[in-house]
Design a protein around this ligand. Sequence first.
Ligand code: HEM
Length: 402
Amino acid sequence: MDAMEILTALGTPEGRADPYPLYASLHEMGEAVVIGPGHVMVVGYDAINAVLRDPGFRVSDESSFDEDFPSWRSNPVFVQAMDWILNLNDPRHARIRSLIAKTFTARRVAGLEPAIASMADRLLDAMAECGADGGAVEFMHDFAYLLPVTVICELIGIPEADRERFRPLARDLVGVFELHDVTTLPAINAAAEELLAYFAELAARRRAAPRDDLLSDLLAVSDSGDGRLTDAELLHNLTLLLVAGFETTTNLLGNGLQIILTDPPAGDAVRDGSVPPSAFVEEVLRFDSPVQLTSRVGYDTDLRGVPVTGNTEVITLLGAGNRDPRRFSHPGRFDPMRPDGGPLSFGGGAHFCIGAALARLEAAVAFPRLLRRFPKISAAGEPTRRETFLLRGFEALPVTVA
Ligand code: HEM
């Protein structure tokens, strides 16, 4: 197969279900592979790292959108997304990211641990009740989806009473990451508008009566009056925190459980403590990354022998880098105790995931609790995959717990 054929195969249901043999073929072609005029796919671990850390490679921002999709301003979701730090280059990126990072502190994340544990236990109680008769329980909906969205609500400071209304909106908005079909845009735009209106109203409440939450802290920064963070930048990046942090973590939980269901000793090792939860989580991230790729716009340079220009779209295939045989011995082997860890799943460089510590904490709290609570957890039928490629995960993962 040549690179184009591999790319086509990656788009098929079989390729999406198991892209790893196709990644292995790409690795044989080099660290960077031309996949068509103006398009380069980077698959080598070191090369991906180098691209993400090189400020010459920029994210596709407002100026690219103006060229490729001039009517973007009539879509509320893109008006918000063009303020998301994910889609900003310096100097705006550095300014806004540093302000968000100041409120998204290690102390605040670590302080969420007891809340995460009790939320996880509540969801496990509900799963136990639902599956007490030996019937199937749907892990993706009943646990993997509910835990991260509840945690992010807790972090931002969204009151419990509002969370039910909030979850389906968050789910619709995530659709913007894989927009193949413009007929889904109206629903995404509607969710974007409703979330924005909700955040504006919540911000007004927090301004009147601040609390110990991320929203109150961000408001304090934006209200300090020196123009460091506008109201729109603040509200728009709140919707980013929501979408960036929830389906990704959902998929980390689902992908990890699927590994356990197909390889029970991997679960036993976490249950009996012989593998630390954090090591298990790192290996899940490497072995089956919830985010398979990100992309950059090139500049005039040479990328592992491949010429790149300012018009080249550079796709960094994180999921392939995580299986690079030049970096990992036996990359297809799930081994939480491997000495050569260090997945690329949270990216690298200036845009490195701001929520990495939170996602790691959620999964490291959740897996041992789940496994100890349900020693007999096993698959109850075939899992169903999400039809997405960038975000890799399951739609449904039925299990029995009794
Ligand atoms: C397993 C879960 C997660 C994965 C695999 C993941 C992955 C990533 C990746 C690969 C990037 C970099 C994208 C790029 O370089 O273009 C990123 C950025 C980001 N992530 Fe995450 N993420 C996860 C969880 C979270 C959580 C829980 C939050 C927030 C609560 C979050 C918020 C963000 C934000 C705000 C950015 C943009 C950072 C910037 O552009 O400066 N993520 N994430």
